[in-house]
Design a protein around this ligand. Structure first.
Ligand code: ARG
Length: 291
């Protein structure tokens, strides 16, 4: 069989393009938030974990923070536990929290860890309770609505991650703990931002099921590849960014304010989105920077 020389040379070019980024990111911490719809498909999950493993192999320190809403819903249904939602947030009673912890820390976390471990890296599964990693306080009741065991991040105790990250890939389920050792459900985007901030991460990547921020919400071709915090604020003020995008972009702004120098919104359902973003000149998602 003949080699197709053009396509082989093209592959070498891809590697050459990646080299400066590999050397820039070696030894740096990159926090990857993985959850939601980007997590539903096992094939996608595999490519996401391949990217995480690849980062580790080239000397980057990736840290995965994950949620797992759909899995929790599935298990609550199997156990016949009804959920009540208030303003889109799940009211987490004792019984629900027990399931959340079992599913996130016991199932989703261990699945991700196992996958990574088959890919030549050493992954370690944690949740916010391990070494007090994610310290929370109970979210105060709003408009008379008590959400139960839903936590607000108070402090990240990053010592454990600093000790692990050189040799292992930490995979963190977004469950927090309070001063009494109670478990709390924590929004995984917020947890990832707080962890990235505490570690002074080089980048925080939000893997979602959208390509990034659009200049025109209805036009898929209007992806913004790079944007500053003040430009985002303007777009919110003019209504150009609205609805479900708001929590995502405010999560980016929070993370930048914590000192992370670039935050990305990426489509995690595109195979190898992490590698494409980090190791090509153009990237693939929306990069949010200070300013
Ligand atoms: N790979 C480069 C980096 O990670 C450039 C990425 C540019 N990405 C973008 N969405 N504009 O720094």
């Amino acid at each position: 069989m003949q080699h197709n020389m053009d396509s082989i040379i093209e592959r070498a070019n891809v590697l050459v393009e990646a080299l400066p980024y590999i050397s820039a990111f070696t030894g740096k911490t990159i926090v990857i938030k993985y959850g939601g719809n980007a997590m539903n498909d096992p094939v996608v999950m595999r490519t996401v974990m391949q990217d995480v493993a690849a980062l580790k192999v080239v000397g980057v320190h990736p840290i995965v923070v994950h949620g797992g809403g759909p899995e929790i819903n599935g298990m609550l249904k199997r156990l016949d536990i009804a959920s009540r939602f208030e303003n889109g947030l799940r009211v987490t009673d004792n019984e629900t929290m027990e399931v959340v912890q079992m599913v996130l820390a016991g199932k989703v976390n261990k699945n991700l860890v196992s996958l990574l471990n088959t890919m030549g890296v050493k992954a370690v599964g944690l949740c916010g309770k391990d070494a007090g990693l994610i310290e929370v306080e109970k979210m105060p009741a709003k408009d008379g609505v008590d959400l139960g065991y839903v936590g607000r991040v108070k402090k990240i105790n990053e010592q454990l991650l600093l000790a692990l990250q050189n040799d292992f890939v930490p995979v963190i389920a977004s469950i927090g703990t309070d001063a009494f050792g109670e478990s709390y459900n924590v929004n995984a985007d917020t947890a990832a931002g707080a962890i990235g901030g505490a570690l002074k991460a080089e980048k925080l990547m939000f893997l979602t099921d959208i390509d990034g921020i659009r200049a025109d919400e209805k036009d898929p071709k209007s992806l913004i590849t790079k944007i500053t915090v003040s430009e985002i604020r303007n777009m919110i003020a003019t209504g150009q960014i609205s609805g479900g995008m708001i929590p995502k972009v405010t999560g980016c702004i929070d993370a930048i304010e914590k000192g992370i120098s670039s935050v990305l919104i990426l489509n995690g359902t595109v195979p190898h989105s992490i590698l494409l973003e980090l190791f090509t000149d153009s990237g693939i998602g929306t990069m949010v920077t200070p300013g």
